[in-house]
Design a protein around this ligand. Structure first.
Ligand code: PSV
Ligand code: MN
Length: 388
């Protein structure tokens, strides 16, 4: 199959959101490596994120994490982002770094701790009002380590009540994006371990509550594209946190570990036109770059997602439906593989060039001298860090 530029026109209004924390230092529980030039504040993170958009034209929004990205004046931060050609995306709450949350946050047995966790979200809603963000993203790190430690059912009831309070405080144009994760930081039970639990809470809350699917938050071998299909089918897939994993929640570059999986996910998306902005699905990255350069790591990830979507757009839907209808197992499989096996790099470079963007964004960033300029300029202060 040869790639046809026409089918790729759907890429014109496709965007990917990048996370502010990808530009800070990160590591594992063994070591956080620091790199010269790493941002020291949210302004510098946004300046770095804007570089990704400048060379790819694909990443016009930056997710913030509160309190990591707290600033005095969110209006000024938003204006700064705009001057740099990007906007503020989802606001991520943080329920995993306070001593009070040892036994949980929104599910904590003590109502005073639950109040505190709810209040944090009300604060995040204010940040959204100040930045124009419409997405409140909530990853719940709550869970237990030992059977009997707490009532599994009681925790769900407390969670439902806490979420209701947050949802009730939201404006009509704000939505709640509820993420799930099957393990970590707790290992016996997590309070939102899977898409079913997230979906049940969203259904109870109302239409403006939707599920976030982080590709790294499933057991190995999980058929993630099935979950994507099911959530899209219910109109409840609010967002992706894209990344790659080999073992756990590795947060490696999207499309690096299993490009075929990313293609299969995008194929389910394209099948119902859910790649279009009208679907409301926010295609976000949730990644850390522990050992590789961060801005180029983000550029590569964004391009990997674009490439997977481009290949999914090349699937011959008519031929696929025909083969499926005829029970032609190998024929149907071949239609899918034809698209996946198509080399779209040239056509995507052509498209970039036609839009005034560099053919090779990674090379263009390297040639820009930005990395050495910030390494020289960002001296002193404390480098931003995931977990700091
Ligand atoms: C932790 O697992 C995590 O990676 C979640 O996926 C969140 O989306 C992210 O951190 C930021 O809080
Ligand atoms: Mn995530």
């Amino acid at each position: 199959m040869t790639a046809d530029l026409g089918a790729l026109a759907a890429l014109d209004d496709f965007t990917i959101e990048v996370p502010s924390w990808a530009y800070g230092n990160s590591g594992t529980r063994f070591k956080v490596f620091s790199t010269p030039g790493v941002p020291r504040d949210p302004y510098e993170k946004i300046a770095d994120a804007a570089q990704v958009n400048a060379v790819t034209g694909l990443a016009p929004r930056v997710s913030l994490h509160i309190p990591w990205d707290r600033v005095e004046d969110f209006g000024a931060l938003t204006a700064y982002a705009k001057e740099h050609g990007v906007g503020i995306g989802a606001i991520n709450s943080n329920l995993f770094q306070d001593d009070d949350y040892r036994l949980g946050s929104l599910t904590h047995p003590d109502p005073r701790i639950r109040d505190k966790a709810v209040a944090h979200h009300l604060d995040c809603l204010d940040v959204m009002r100040a930045t124009g963000s419409t997405d409140l993203k909530l990853w719940l790190p709550d869970g237990t380590n030992y059977p009997g430690q707490d009532s599994l059912r009681g925790r769900q009831d407390r969670l439902a009540e806490s979420l209701e309070r947050i949802y009730a405080a939201m404006d009509d144009d704000q939505r709640l994006l509820l993420e799930y994760k099957f393990f970590e930081p707790y290992f016996y039970s997590m309070d939102i371990p899977d898409w079913g639990t997230s979906l049940l809470h969203c259904l109870a809350l109302g239409e403006r509550a939707q599920v976030v699917l982080d590709t790294g938050h499933h057991a190995p071998g999980t058929n993630i594209e099935f979950i994507v299909m099911q959530l899209v089918r219910q109109g409840r897939l609010g967002a992706f946190d894209l990344n790659s994993r080999f073992y756990a929640d590795d947060d490696l570059m999207a499309g690096s570990a299993d490009p075929f999986q990313l293609f299969r996910i995008m194929t389910e998306i394209v099948a119902t036109g859910a790649h279009r902005p009208e679907s409301g699905i926010n295609f976000m990255l949730d990644q850390c770059h522990n050992i590789e350069e961060k801005i180029p790591g983000q550029i590569r990830s964004v391009l990997n997602v674009e490439q997977a979507l481009a290949k999914a757009l090349l699937v011959d839907a008519g031929a696929l439906a025909e083969a499926q209808g005829a029970g032609d197992v190998l024929g149907a499989h071949a239609v899918l593989m034809d698209a996946f096996d198509t080399d779209v790099r040239g056509p995507l470079a052509d498209r970039r060039e036609a839009r005034g963007l560099p053919r090779d964004p990674v090379a263009a960033f390297a040639a820009s001298g930005y990395a050495s300029a910030v390494a020289a300029a960002r001296v002193g202060g404390t480098q931003a860090s995931w977990g700091a």
